[in-house]
Each structure stands twice: as C-alpha cells, then as structure tokens.
Design a protein around this ligand. Structure first.
Ligand code: AHR
Length: 503
C-alpha cells in the first residue's frame, strides 16, 4: 500500500478556471471533417451536412472552444477559398497531406457548426505562405460590422451579424521544416507583431496567440520565444505551446510521467513570458493558450499522407485506438493544465473526431467514444469554479523524461457558486493501492460524497472499438469516505479517479 495526502483550504485559491481550458481542435484532414463532423446523407445529418450524433458527443465531451482549420494544413490554406457559394469553391492541393481540399466546410460553415455544438470558435491565420494583408482582411470579413469591402462580402454571403471571433492564432508551428514557408524567429516575430497590431486596430476585443517553437525539442527553443515575445509582447495575449507525448508502449511509468513534463513545459513557458515582462518593466502577463496537446501519433510521416501522386479528397489517417494507459495519461495531462489554471486560460485537445480523437465515427453508421473521452469529459463536467492550492505529500519515482514523479497526481476544484468540491486523483503506482487522505479545511462539514468515478482496468492495453464501444467506461470507487473535513479513499493501482462532494 502506498500512502499519500493532500491538504487544501477554501481560502487558498490558485485561480478561477477559464472554461476555455476544455477546448478542442478540428483540422481539415483525414476523416475529421469529411465523415466526421460533415457527412451529407448520414441518417443524423442536417440540411447543411452536419452529423448530429457527433454534435451530441461533442456536447457530452464538454468542449467549450474549437480551433480551426489547422494545424499543419494551415501553412497552405487560403481562407478566401472557403467562402461564398459552395459549388464555386476551388479544389486545391493540400501539401501537408497530399490530398485535394474541396473547401466545403469553410469559415461560415464552421461558425454554423460551432453554434450547433454550442462551442466558441477559434480561428487560425496562415502567417506562413499567406501573410499580413490576408490576415487583416480575414478579421475584417469575420468581425467587422459592415460597410467595408470584406465585411460587406460576409453580409452578401448571408451573415448579416459579425461572427465576433475572439481568439485568433498567429500561424501554426512556424519554425517547423514541415510547413510551407517556415520562418526564422526574426521573420515570424516581425510579421506576427505587425499583423497583431492591425488586428487589434480592426477589433480590440480579439485575443491573439503567439506561436512558440513547434516543440520543446526544437533547436531554437528558448531563443525563438525570447525573440518573438520581445517583439510582439504589447499586442498579443497568449503564447500557444503544443505538446505530443511520445509513446513506445514499453514502460508505463515512464509514459505516465509525460503529464509532469507537460507541467514543467508550462512553467518554462511562463518563465519565458515573465522574463520578457520583467525586461520591459511591464505588469502585463502573457497567458497560455495550449493550442495542441495529445499523445504523439505513433505512425511514420508517410502514413499521415496520401500516396504521392494520387491526390484523393479523403484519406483515412491517424485513426489511433487509445488504451486505458492512454486515458490515464490524458487525465494526468488535463490535471497539469488545471493545476496551472492561473496561467493556462485556453487549451485545445488535438484533435476532436476520427484523427487522434476521443470521438470516432463509422461512415453512414454510429459515432462512439474512445477511452480518452472519459477523462476529458469528466474534467469538463466537474471543472467549474476555482482550482485550490494544495500541499501534497506523496512518495515518488524517477523517470528518464522527468526527474521526480509523485505517485499521486491530485487536483482540487471548488465551486463557491454551487458549493461543490471535486477531487481528481490519479494513483500512478502500477501495482499498489493508494491510501489517500484529503484534508478539506473549511470544505467538509455537513456535506456528502455525491458521485465517484474510477477509470481503471487490469489490462492497461484495453481499448474501445466500433464493435465494442463500451468496453472501457468509468466505474465507481469502492472505498471512499468523508468524515467531517477529512476524506479517505483507497485508489486502485494505475487508476484515475474523481470524487465529488456536494451539500
Ligand atoms: O495534430 C496533428 C498535427 O500536429 C497538427 O497538424 C500540427 O499542428 C502538429 O504538428
């Protein structure tokens, strides 16, 4: 038995939770748009071709904001190809996937879909092969009320009211050699700064995300961020890291430590932003929009593309099957975001449907939930209110990717509006039950445990599938008790747990 404890107090609040932390991401690739959110003729599709069984699952997942349209496709994307009458839209080569892009779900259709799914739209701007003018025209098209060239075109396209898109991404992984027209830090910094300035002049309500190096492993990591932040600091609101957890499926303890590496990455990003703030003697704080996070695709690059020369409209790629072990890591990474809620204000799980996704579909058939659906949906369901500061006492282990990994990964959320307190607790010991004690100062008396959820399975490699979609679903925790302000629970080895306390 491994013993661990957490102490929190109702008075010691880390931060309010920005609900946009439960965001997601749709990229025009694979069966994500075609056959995912959009399948004209599907029994649940509406007159616009949107699948409502998928929309129902997006709502159940608790998604709050969705980023679109990429991702890597962005560096070859021209938003003007995705507006106006659908039958007149061009067929263009998508060089990131070797496919034909038909532009049937362009900006206005995406906005329509967001309304149906009850999510906020977040648009990404191609600052690689397109640039400054295209970006400012795009914001004018979407957000300006009317009476100008591009806003009037939107009105002509049937959208009298501005879309009021608030969060805009300034490019995507612009230092990646895999992008069309990748930038140096200096070039990116200049174009991002000047674009951001113009966007804020068009619509001061926008919030802009600045791209850091594509990954923590990139050669100019640190230096890229300094250069970009020093230039764009006054005009941007967020820095937008991406992280994909590597997985060789050999060592579960090592794998689960990626949640701690993500936590460390967040702290590094915050340090870089605040170093620039310090140098500028500024009280402004750049927040994080963690624009892409998930388990790294396990396939070689050729399998993320169509066969060269064939140029199909649709291919089946990145349809990863997620295991119980994957769900434990995704739960832990979601906690890393929540435990940094004072600086992480937006986050987009990458991605939503079919491609590296929690929601899967069968063409002309049902939609179903992967194992990773569960930690994401439970975190969103209970992630209302405030994250509390915690004092954690847990034995730990050493991993190669991260120095000190506590077996207990905990998060305590309190919602003063409803009086609900939620404890998320992962036991990362693979063989021993965890004896957990949580001291809830000012939060226990006269209340009861209303719900528990436990994600665990003897087979860490078990998955859900179209034939067996409910193979892995959360159960309840067997042993959990609240006595006054002290909660005790026995957490199974390799388990991710949620305990909810209500009045
Ligand atoms: O999510 C898959 C890809 O990973 C995205 O297109 C890109 O931004 C990242 O490299």
């Amino acid at each position: 038995m491994v013993k661990a404890s957490v102490t929190v107090s109702a008075d010691f609040v880390l931060s309010d939770i920005d609900r946009r932390i439960f965001g997601n991401f749709i990229e025009q690739m694979g069966r994500q748009v075609l056959g995912g959110i959009y399948e004209p003729g599907h029994p649940t599709a509406d007159e616009k071709g949107f699948r409502h069984d998928v929309i129902d699952l997006v709502k159940e997942l608790g998604v709050t904001i969705v980023r679109y349209p990429g991702g890597n496709i962005l560096s070859g994307y021209n938003w003007k190809n995705g507006i106006g009458p659908r039958e007149e839209r061009p067929r263009t080569l998508c060089l990131s996937r070797f496919t034909i892009e038909t532009h049937q779900v362009g900006t206005n259709e995406f906005i329509d879909w967001c309304k149906l799914a009850d999510v906020e739209p977040m648009l990404a701007i191609n600052l690689e092969s397109e640039g400054f003018d295209s970006a400012r025209e795009y914001v004018e098209y979407c957000n300006h009320k009317g009476g100008s060239q591009w806003s009037d075109l939107r009105i002509e396209h049937g959208y009298a009211e501005p879309h009021k898109v608030q969060v805009w991404c300034l490019g995507n992984e612009p230092d990646g050699h895999w992008q069309i027209a990748a930038h140096s830090a200096e070039t990116y910094a200049r174009i991002a700064t000047e674009t951001a300035k113009a966007i804020k002049w068009i619509d001061p309500n926008t919030q802009l995300t600045l791209a850091p190096s594509a990954a923590r492993s990139m050669p100019y990591y640190g230096e890229w961020e300094r250069i970009a932040l020093e230039d764009a600091f006054d005009y941007v609101d967020f820095i937008a890291p991406h992280m994909y957890f590597k997985d060789d499926h050999k060592d579960t303890s090592e794998y689960l430590a990626w949640a701690d590496q993500m936590n460390g990455y967040i702290k590094e990003m915050v340090a870089m932003c605040d170093a620039v703030a310090g140098k500028k003697r500024s009280q402004k704080r750049i927040m994080l929009s963690f624009d892409e996070w998930n388990i790294g695709a396990r396939w070689p690059i050729e399998e993320k593309r169509a066969v060269p020369g064939e140029w199909p409209e649709r291919i089946t790629i990145l349809e990863e099957a997620y295991t119980v072990e994957d769900a434990l890591l995704i739960g832990g990474a979601m906690q890393a975001l929540l435990n940094n809620a004072d600086r992480v204000k937006v986050a987009c799980f990458a991605q939503l449907v079919n491609c590296i996704a929690p929601i899967m579909t069968v063409d002309n058939g049902p939609a179903w939930r992967q194992t990773i659906f569960w930690p994401l949906s439970l975190a969103s369901k209970y992630g209302h209110g405030q994250v509390l500061q915690q004092v954690v006492d847990s034995p730990s282990y050493k991993a190669k990717t991260w120095h000190d990994v506590p077996y207990l990964l905990s998060t305590v959320i309190n919602d003063p509006k409803t009086g609900r307190t939620t404890i998320i607790a992962a036991n990362r010991h693979l063989t021993e039950t965890m004896d957990l004690t949580v001291l809830l100062k000012g939060l226990g008396q006269g209340r009861r445990i209303s719900h528990t959820h436990e994600l665990a399975n003897d087979n860490l490699k078990a998955v859900n599938s179209a034939d067996d979609p409910d193979n892995i679903v959360p159960g309840e925790i067997d042993v959990v008790e609240l006595a006054g302000e002290q909660l005790t629970a026995k957490l199974k080895p390799a388990s991710w747990n949620v305990i909810v306390i209500d009045q």
